[in-house]
Design a protein around this ligand. Sequence first.
Ligand code: GLV
Length: 311
Amino acid sequence: MPDAIAYISRDTDGQLWKKALEAGLGPLDFRTLDGLGDRAGIEVALAWKPPPGLIASFPNLTLIVSLGMGVDHLLADDRLPAGVPIVRIMDAGLVGQMSEYAIYWALRHHRDIDKYAASQRAKQWKPEDFVDTIHRRVGVLGLGTIGQDTASKIAALGFPTAGWSRTQKSLPGIETFHGADGLKRLLAQSDILINVLPLTRDTRGILNAEAFAALPRGAYLINMARGGHVVDEALLVALDSGQLSGAALDVFNTEPLPPDHPYWTHPAVHVTPHIAGATNPRTASPGVIENIRRMRAGEPLIHTVDPATGY
Ligand code: GLV
């Protein structure tokens, strides 16, 4: 019986995952990219950015687990074995971190902290005009688990908060929009725009020149979803024209961000290295253990991914 777990990621050595899974499942035949051994023995693949075609070479695979809450990295492999179910991690720790990231940059922008930092460097005592919280409108793109958490926490701070999703959703205290028409309306009222969309065929490049033009002048962008949502040239033009006053970017079309990329030195851009939400095996493993148990017992899986919608 195949019962090995293949950990397919170059980001970490997987030892924390091994420990966390063994706490729930007992001793495991846990293999990593450097020692996959006999591939016929692999039952479950835990994957983050798998080399295309690799997963297809496991003949007895019964479950694919995305180590990211976003699954674009996995679905980019066009040779995934058809019929093997895909589930993703659902990590309350990661969700909370993502919201913290958005709240941090939203407040930093809202309270003009960058302007005060510049004033301090110039030894200038210079109070800025204050925008009331109830007049700083926030829009959240994507109302999945992360978007809902972010939107409700931002709303709890007193910001008028709206959200947009592909299909209609309703959330207490959040104005919701959906569809192409709804997107324009959401953008038109987002002084701070927070992106947490999944990257799919439909959302790639969604933050383009047209979207930036639809925002109120001086809007601020927080992108903690995927770099592929943003048309970089359009963002740079919008920043340079003042249409956008700034951007906090955690994700990029190319990661690591190349050394010569204009974002690194742009005065209105903050760059962080894809750290908004780090997967933590301690908080993410219970759902994975539950799915492995369910898969072995023939029970319905949780946190399943639909390759057709891309999330
Ligand atoms: C991280 O980017 C994730 O998708 O979990």
